[in-house]
Design a protein around this ligand. Sequence first.
Ligand code: SF4
Length: 285
Amino acid sequence: MPSSIDPALQQAIAARLRFYRDLGLTEFYRRPVDPSDLQTLDASETGPEEDAPRSAADAPTFQIQPQAQTQETTPIPPRKLVPTAPPVAPTAPQIDRVEALRLIREDIGDCTRCALHRGRNKIVFADGDPNARLMFVGEGPGADEDAQGLPFVGRAGQLLNNMISAMGLKREEVYIANVVKCRPPGNRTPEPEEANTCSPFLFRQIDVVRPEVIVALGATAATYLLGQRQPLAGLRGRMHSVRGTRLIVTYHPAYLLRDPRQKKEAWADLQIAMRELGLKVPARS
Ligand code: SF4
């Protein structure tokens, strides 16, 4: 590494390399870099894409596995039909997606449909590209998100940003939303009544964005997207379907902060999504 490198950039590259190491990626390959690219790197980020390990081989095709039925399932309480979860809508033309999402936000309004409205500061609708190919769905806002009105902006959000970067994408290229749009007190898990009341808005967002792949972050997101409660272990590592879109399940970034050893498993889940999207999967050691 040249000694003239900007210290902030050096720090960012080191952080990125530590992140890859946590994921189990320990071998990196040099490739020629256009010096002009280096000048455009934002040192405030965790690291540039050029630091990502690359594979020369194309990613293999992912085979959809039949859904195993060995896990015991527990039906979640019936959906409260406020508002009604619509049948899957026809694909919205790209130009209309922004407007369609604006209308959903308008429908939510200053929502008091469930008890979560009492403790919230801001409704957290979503963030990202309405035309995204990849969508992440989490559980609900935390304190930082409640304050800023944006999903995944706290420490867990920083880790999600790193995960997105590791996939070779930018946060602005994906769409991020939650099952509930108001912060549960003390960051508790949303009650079924709360999640069932709010999730129809999420389904409408999915119908508008129509991503090619959805990544459910954690058991709560998986439960309300799939309509059944199952242990996370039984849901990970294979493809599901929700509203005509392929879905994979992985750990919530907040859980990964508590147990970083699971980052490797999460990375394996994200690689499934990458293959589905035709993204190159970095070589593993
Ligand atoms: S969580 Fe959803 S349904 Fe409940 S008050 Fe907030 S926006 Fe309304």
